[in-house]
Design a protein around this ligand. Structure first.
Ligand code: ATP
Ligand code: MG
Length: 334
């Protein structure tokens, strides 16, 4: 009976709690997540332990982010009755499973993981922290403790899911086939550019428009954003392909982006007007989020209650899975 209990697809998704979420997260993961959580049983992980892999010296930032990110989820339209939002550090079984997995994962397979390599380069790490190198192992534990079948990810996360599948296969061969090999659901949206026009929009690059921005913050940031540097006068022909503002038109205003493309290339629309149009559109997208956010801000205890109840649900699932894991491994002496 227990082995057949799970028939429906179950999703595991989440974010590291390193700061509030921005428009990049919205187009890259949140929009899809809102759609999917109506269709599948969804677990959303507030990854505060994985936040420590790069932010172990910033515990206050992590603590603050747990509530901020939850508020972002609720603001974008996640229904806490439908999705289980929970805190990673409060599920010690995830840490336990990470340890068991780490016994049969080789250091080289982690070192050669392309995402680990590129993120280590991003942080200019000369040597790797043990926890940072082990990130894919702990991710395998996140996915396995709740027996998720689907993991929605950006292209950069595919190697991690591949590693999870290998770990699960190995566990199932070594002990007993009780864990589930998950499928990655790979998002197709390209990375949203930051306001600097150079990097992808990112919390750590000071180039982001956050989901909790006011109308005037949006306008100020968009106004200062980099555009095509070769365009000096309003009627100079522009190069929208290299302009972050045009990439926002494509991402947030699909219907009118072709007109913008033509008007920019033919010098019919200037950067000031083009920026105003997109600032308005971003404001239009964030407005319903502001309204929902207001509801939660007016009831300060509600967010904690939502996370606590989600965490309790995740804890009870974790206990069940870990009993099976310990039985499979013979760690059930008494
Ligand atoms: P940090 O600066 O802490 O690395 P970040 O803003 O780069 O934060 P991540 O936590 O690295 O965000 O990203 C988590 C996930 O959010 C990514 O795997 C991706 O799915 C999505 N995401 C983040 N930034 C973008 C972006 N600019 N465009 C599209 N998706 C994004
Ligand atoms: Mg990042």
């Amino acid at each position: 009976m227990t082995e057949k209990k799970q028939v429906k697809n179950r999703i595991l998704t989440g974010d590291r709690t390193t700061g509030k979420l921005h428009l990049g997260h919205y187009v890259g993961s949140l929009k899809k997540r809102v759609e999917m959580h109506y269709k599948y049983e969804t677990f959303i992980l507030l990854a505060d332990v994985q936040a420590l892999t790069t932010h172990f010296d910033k515990p206050q930032q992590i603590q603050k982010s747990v509530r901020q990110i939850t508020e972002d989820y609720l603001a974008v339209g996640i229904d806490p009755e439908k999705a289980t939002i929970f805190v990673q550090s409060h599920i010690p079984e995830i840490a336990e499973l990470t340890i068991y997995f780490s016994m049969f994962v080789t250091v080289n397979s982690l070192r050669h993981n392309p995402t680990i390599k590129s993120e280590a380069a991003e942080h200019s790490y000369k040597d790797l922290y043990y926890g940072f190198l082990g990130y894919p192992v702990s991710q395998a534990a996140d996915i396995s403790f709740c027996k998720a079948t689907l993991v929605p990810v950006g292209g950069d996360q595919v190697p991690h899911i591949e590693q999870t599948r290998k770990i699960v296969r190995r566990f199932n061969e070594l002990y007993k086939p009780i864990l589930i090999e998950p499928e990655a659901v790979v998002g197709k949206t390209p990375r949203l550019k930051g306001l600097d026009g150079k990097n992808k929009m990112s919390k750590s690059m000071a180039n982001a428009i956050y989901l909790d921005s006011s109308r005037s913050e949006i306008f100020q940031k968009v106004q200062k954003a980099v555009t095509d540097p070769s365009r000096i006068r309003k009627d100079d022909p522009g190069h929208p392909q290299i302009c972050p503002i045009f990439s926002y038109h494509k991402a947030f205003s699909e219907k009118t982006s072709n007109d913008i493309l033509e008007s920019c290339q033919s010098g019919k629309i200037g950067c000031v007007e083009c920026k105003q149009l997109i600032a308005n559109q971003i404001d239009f997208i964030l407005e319903p989020m502001r309204e929902r956010r207001q509801v939660y801000r007016s009831k300060p205890k509600l967010i904690d209650e939502i996370v606590l109840s989600g965490t309790q649900k995740a804890q009870s699932i974790a206990k069940e899975t870990m009993k099976e894991v310990r039985d499979a491994m013979g760690i059930n002496y008494f």
